[in-house]
Design a protein around this ligand. Structure first.
Ligand SMILES: Cc1cc2nc3c(=O)[nH]c(=O)nc-3n(C[C@H](O)[C@H](O)[C@H](O)COP(=O)(O)OP(=O)(O)OC[C@H]3O[C@@H](n4cnc5c(N)ncnc54)[C@H](O)[C@@H]3O)c2cc1C
Length: 590
């Protein structure tokens, strides 16, 4: 398996891609995304043979979010229906190809495409975003929406809003697909505020926990080919599909939703980190835990070498408070979605060797935030949930992120946060003493509930097996998860070493007595000093152990066997997914 290294910053290979295409007499270039039809293919990159008729097939460049995985040209197709998907998968099985369902490619981990993939790799990307986007209300009480998995979260939330429905919390970007979000247990930030009663259809865990039924492409042992099969939430095998880490292909899901809520989002930039993240024994009144108690929904972004994090506090608020500004659209922090030239110039200098500029960079990020909040009157916003839950646009700065969820008891949140932040500061200081500044985009912290089934409006619902929020029956007291991300600019020297040390510290500190950690699947984890997703012990032992079998609840091994049974030919996967989910003996196909 190839992995990414600190110093690997492959340039955009558009020139090479175009050269190959032009040499082949290509005229049908799609400038938007370097797209070439099969008819005009480069002879060096021949089209897969026998591909199902009538399904658009073309070569397209691939780039993941941070730009660290780039492939000049990959065969990609755009099925119009779920039955087209089945045809593609059966073709792939017969021709020795693998299939990668592709949403927006807005992730970091190589669950979709691995570095080293090339036109020679026998893989076809299946772009769900072009046609598999239909949605309809499936029920009104309790409310549920049926949606094809290529729909974006923004479109889905807009559709729901028009009908009076919404979600409690969602990933911050709207341009991620339902299928992409479910693959990795996408989450926002929310636990119930003190005294808050859960409204029907609302829940505090991941989007995966909203699934009431899922239609997946699975192997039919009797008919000896892949078929569409729908699993409802009570079906035991549904557990493995709710978050599947790239080992399945979902075409359609039904999600529970609730009556839309109006939210207020207040921003604070005047609370010192020393107070917000204080040791719980200090007894401060402006701790992160205190905001969680009062509002339930928080996020902090703490720029490097600054004292006061940007704290966002969302609260459910039916009527507009007089001081709030009503918003009618999402993405209300334009200053964080559009990076000023001075900042991007400084960022370039930092990654090209001027690490010592990092403190100035952190202060500039903070100053831009403070000025932006004031200029756009965004300290206190109010409106329908979608407009407050979606706040990251693709134009935001492209950074690397590690990511972990630390499960713990609600009463322990401040302890978990305080320990993390003081260890982080120690590590920053130790690296600085060596002249290194690897964490140059700071830290983000959010808190969610767990994927408990008593929040799912489906009789005998099964919990997700592989969600980072999958309940731990051996620790029923762990009712929340604190999500930590440390961010850095792609190409930053020493970042992998910093992330590796952070991960080791977290594994030791959150080792199972009062808390335990799991990876945030879409982000960075399993670090060595050279690369992410590369530590074999983490991949083969630590992660499976984080999903233990407990009582009647099956663990990691069961989930792997179930996913294998549904795809015994491993059509869905790549070399990294194989390493993570074990390409060992295949379970008997059902
Ligand atoms: C700036 C930024 C901010 C983010 N913020 C958040 C956040 O707040 N909360 C959060 O939870 N996540 C967040 N993420 C992570 C993001 O939600 C995930 O990376 C998500 O997987 C992206 O969706 P996508 O459509 O781009 O999926 P892709 O990257 O295209 O695919 C991701 C995985 O899902 C699989 N997949 C896609 N469609 C299907 C399908 N139909 N069936 C089966 N598998 C499928 C792919 O094969 C791949 O394995 C953020 C990402 C970025 C870039």
């Amino acid at each position: 398996m190839q992995t990414l290294h600190d110093d690997e910053r492959p340039g955009i290979s558009r020139r090479r891609f175009l050269a190959g295409s032009i040499a082949a007499g290509t005229t049908a270039l799609w400038a938007r995304s370097f797209r070439v039809t099969a008819a005009h293919a480069d002879p060096a990159c021949p089209a897969p043979t026998g591909f199902p008729n009538g399904i658009e097939l073309y070569r397209q460049a691939f780039e993941n979010w941070s730009g660290e995985i780039k492939v000049d040209s990959l065969w990609t197709c755009a099925p119009r229906t779920a039955h087209d998907v089945v045809d593609i998968v059966n073709w792939a099985h017969a021709h020795g190809y693998r299939v990668r369902p592709r949403g927006m490619a807005h992730g970091w981990s190589p669950l979709l495409v691995t570095p080293g993939t090339s036109c020679d790799t026998k893989v076809v990307l299946v772009d769900t975003t072009q046609h598999l986007t239909a949605m309809r209300m499936a029920a009104s009480s309790p409310a549920a929406v049926t949606v094809e998995t290529g729909a974006s979260m923004e479109t889905l939330l807009g559709y729901l809003e028009q009908r009076g429905y919404g979600m409690t919390a969602t990933p911050a970007p709207g341009d991620v697909t339902v299928g992409g979000v479910l693959a990795i247990d996408g989450h926002g930030t929310a636990v119930p505020a003190r005294g808050e009663k859960r409204e029907p259809g609302h829940l505090y865990g991941s989007v995966s926990n909203r699934v009431l039924s899922v239609t997946a492409v699975v192997w039919d042992r009797r008919r000896r080919h892949y078929v569409l099969r729908t699993f409802d939430r009570a079906h035991p095998e549904c557990r493995a599909l709710l978050t599947h880490l790239g080992r399945s292909f979902l075409t359609e899901v039904t999600l529970q939703v609730g009556e839309n809520q109006n939210l207020r989002c207040q921003s604070f930039v005047d609370i010192p980190a020393a107070e917000l993240f204080a040791d719980p024994s200090a007894g401060g009144s402006r701790t992160l835990a205190s905001y969680i108690e009062s509002a339930g929904r928080v996020e902090t972004i703490w720029f490097p070498y600054t004292d006061n994090p940007w704290l966002k506090v969302w609260s459910v608020c039916a009527h507009k408070p007089s001081r709030s500004r009503a918003v009618t659209e999402p993405y209300n922090y334009p200053f964080s979605d559009n990076v000023p030239n001075e900042l991007s110039t400084l960022a370039d200098q930092i990654v090209t060797g001027r690490g010592e500029l990092t403190p100035a960079f952190g202060r500039m990020c903070q100053a831009a935030t403070i000025a932006g909040l004031a200029a756009t009157r965004s300290h206190d916003l109010w409106g329908p949930s979608k407009n407050l839950l979606l706040y990251i646009k693709p134009s935001t700065m492209r950074v690397r992120a590690n990511g972990y969820a630390v499960m713990t008891a609600r009463s322990n949140i401040q302890r978990v946060v305080s320990d993390f932040t003081s260890s982080y500061l120690d590590r920053v200081a130790a690296f600085e003493a060596r002249g290194m500044y690897p964490a140059n985009m700071g830290v983000e912290i959010r808190v969610t509930g767990i994927d408990v089934t008593n929040e799912v409006d489906f009789p005998a619902a099964c919990p997700p097996a592989l969600s980072a929020l999958a309940p731990r029956p051996d620790h029923p007291e762990w009712d929340v998860a604190v999500w930590f991300d440390v961010l850095s600019l792609p190409g930053t020297k020493g970042a992998n070493e910093f992330f590796r040390e952070t991960e080791e510290w977290m594994l030791e500190r959150y080792s199972g007595s009062d808390a335990a950690m799991r990876p945030e699947w879409s982000k960075g984890w399993a670090y060595t000093d050279e690369a992410a997703w590369a530590n074999p012990t983490m991949l083969r032992e630590t992660i499976p152990r984080a999903f233990p079998r407990a009582g009647s609840a099956p663990g990691w091994a069961w989930a792997m066997a179930t996913l294998n049974a549904h795809d015994p030919h491993r059509v869905f996967g790549n070399t990294f997914v194989d390493a993570l989910t074990g390409a060992g003996p295949r379970a008997a196909a059902t």
